[in-house]
Write a protein of this length. Structure first.
Length: 184
């Protein structure tokens, strides 16, 4: 009988808690500082890494972020992405080392670029997008980037002819959602 009373008391307590949960605490200052430091490191990386700065110049409006910003589970990587001609996605990645406060880039290595053609974008019933990629998949490095930068983004210097006048349906909606998600 005592056991049933304890179980009953626990259930009543859980029900009361679920109906009147305590107010959500404000984000701890450590999380606020982490976000602030992340933003500073991102700005520093885009300003001080020449290839990242060039990418922003040739392709304004890029989505920029860090992977593994804290460096605890993998190397910190600066990522830059841009949608091109309503049909392509160009990605740039570079491995970075940040200072102790994680606000400034101390070193960087390995610029890697990837261009992919998107064949179709369909919105699923749950609102997400399903993307099918086409036949163009091209990875290149710093030497090819230098050519592309000097040509102000004209991919023909790399032997790539992009289709510029046939955007994929839903590309703009998908890209806007990607930009919005990056702001979170």
């Amino acid at each position: 009988m005592a056991y049933q009373f304890v179980v009953f008391a626990i259930l009543v307590g859980m029900l009361a808690y679920s109906q009147n949960p305590p107010p959500m605490p404000e984000l701890p200052s450590t999380l606020k500082n982490l976000e602030k430091n992340y933003r500073k490191a991102l700005g520093d990386g885009l300003k001080t890494i020449p290839v990242a700065r060039e990418f922003q110049k040739i392709f304004p409006g890029a989505i920029n972020s860090y992977s593994y910003y804290t460096g605890e589970v993998g190397p910190t990587i600066l990522n830059c992405r841009i949608g091109l001609y309503g049909r392509y996605e160009l990605k740039f990645k570079v491995r970075v080392s940040l200072n102790e406060t994680r606000k400034k880039v101390m070193d960087y290595t390995g610029a890697d670029f990837y261009l992919a053609e998107i064949e179709s974008i369909n919105r699923l019933d749950d609102g997400r997008f399903y993307i099918s990629y086409g036949n163009l998949h091209r990875r290149f490095g710093a030497k090819e980037w230098e050519k592309l930068f000097k040509a102000r983004g004209d991919f023909t210097v790399l032997g790539i002819k992009l289709i510029m006048d046939k955007p994929v349906p839903n590309f703009e909606a998908w890209w806007e959602e990607e930009k919005e998600r990056s702001r979170m």
